[in-house]
Design a protein around this ligand. Structure first.
Ligand SMILES: [Zn+2]
Length: 423
């Protein structure tokens, strides 16, 4: 008992007051319970939640009651009883109560997705547009109008819990600034005032964040629905648009780096003597395998036309696609040696050309990966849905509810005993 108390205090002691705070204990337990219910492959009952979290049955049950009352967790009809006692009530993510709006701004398009905790898409809007230029106001105003369309579909009974914006560049998660998005031509942009003036006052009223678009897309790929990991949990995701971003997912979580800026594989060097990149350097990966580089080399408007020309055997297209495949192979072999990751998922425009790229990528991995004799690299394509970052942004917003469900549940300040945790 003494050991347990010491251990618990070391976790929950408030550094300012030296007093263990029951509020933070309850908040942590609510999050544990919510995460377990959302991640479970079979809808768990209260007893399953208690077992999985190590809480007493009464504590787990009270947490579930609070989450049900808040509309975060739902209760299904119990299966007919087969033995003694009352049948257990299965728990699941509640649909139609809390939503998050995922926004995406990319070089050639923008997108908005309104998603609820069960993963239902309650509204979607897309627009093709040139979003480049030193003044981001036009692009952000377009995005605000898409956001407005989605929010008009928000049912009166549902709550908008947050808005997250996915951008192809470096962001500051604390100040919500887009620090540098070279393909958009943006530097030090605060998107909030323009989004507000464009008709989205909610941007200052709800939980808001700016996230890298490849990180968002990777989160979408790693999850079957919000808070529910899918079968792929450790992989390197490459997002192919005008630029190329990447995200390293380990055990279902994106490895962001200390400042959130990891994953800029599009600006790793393939050839220092290569063409100039939007970042100012030369010979970056995206100057070979990015959509703009390929369409320009082939003299067409769309990546689909690049693939058609390549399949038709047109020399310029074949040369460009093969060079892109080699460049991807070099970058992925370097990344594989550095990160010990051999499951690679291509998304966006890269996914469209995966079979053309595959032999080149495999050749470079076979040649350069030190661990190749002991590992079988996997090269997979995911959805070519260009709104993957918008979906992922919505998932980020919903995940913040699971991080701290106490924000959304009625206060139970006197309901919990510290001894509840001491089994
Ligand atoms: Zn570059």
């Amino acid at each position: 008992m003494l050991w347990a108390k010491v251990k618990r205090m070391s976790i929950h002691q408030d550094p300012a007051t030296g007093v263990a705070r029951q509020g933070s204990l309850r908040a942590r337990n609510l999050s544990l319970v919510a995460r377990h219910v959302f991640a479970a492959h079979t809808p768990p009952a209260r007893t399953d939640v208690a077992k999985a979290t190590g809480m007493t049955r009464s504590t787990a049950s009270r947490m579930v009651d609070d989450l049900v009352a808040a509309g975060i967790v739902g209760e299904s009809t119990p299966a007919p009883a087969t033995g003694r006692g009352r049948p257990a009530t299965p728990l699941h993510a509640r649909a139609g109560t809390f939503t998050a709006l995922g926004l995406e701004i990319n070089v050639g398009h923008c997108a908005a997705r309104l998603v609820d905790l069960a993963g239902n898409v309650m509204a979607a809007a897309d627009m093709t547009a040139d979003n480049t230029g030193p003044d981001p106001a036009d692009a952000l105003t377009r995005l605000a109008s898409l956001a407005r369309q989605c929010l008009e579909a928000l049912p009166a009974a549902a709550t908008l819990a947050g808005i997250q914006l996915a951008v192809p560049g470096l962001v500051d998660r604390q100040s919500h600034m887009v620090l540098r998005a070279p393909n958009l031509g943006w530097h030090d942009v605060d998107p909030r005032p323009v989004l507000r003036d464009g008709g989205l006052p909610e941007i200052f009223e709800v939980d808001f964040g700016v996230v890298n678009e490849a990180d968002c897309a990777a989160i979408y790929v790693a999850h079957e629905r919000p808070g529910h990991p899918g079968p792929l949990d450790t992989f390197l995701y490459l997002s192919g648009e005008i630029g190329i971003g990447s995200a390293l997912v380990v055990s279902g979580s994106v490895s962001l780096g200390p400042r959130g800026w990891a994953g800029e594989i599009g600006h790793t060097c393939i050839d220092p003597a290569g063409p100039r990149c939007s970042c100012g350097a030369t010979g970056c990966l995206e100057r070979y395998a990015g959509t703009r580089a390929l369409t320009k080399l082939v003299g067409v408007d769309a990546i689909e036309s690049v693939r058609d020309a390549c399949l038709a055997g047109e020399a310029a297209a074949v040369d460009a696609v093969h060079a892109a495949g080699r460049a991807l192979g070099l970058a992925l072999a370097n990344a594989g040696n550095l990160l010990d990751i051999t499951t690679i998922v291509l998304g966006g425009d890269l996914a469209l050309l995966i079979e053309e790229y595959r032999p080149f990528i495999e050749h470079e991995l076979d040649t350069r990966l030190l661990a190749r004799p002991f590992t079988e690299p996997r090269l997979l394509a995911t959805t070519t849905d260009h709104a993957a970052p918008a979906f992922g942004a919505a998932y980020v917003g919903l995940d913040r509810i699971l991080d701290d469900p106490a924000r959304w549940t009625p206060s139970q300040g006197t309901g919990e005993s510290l001894n509840d945790l001491l089994d």
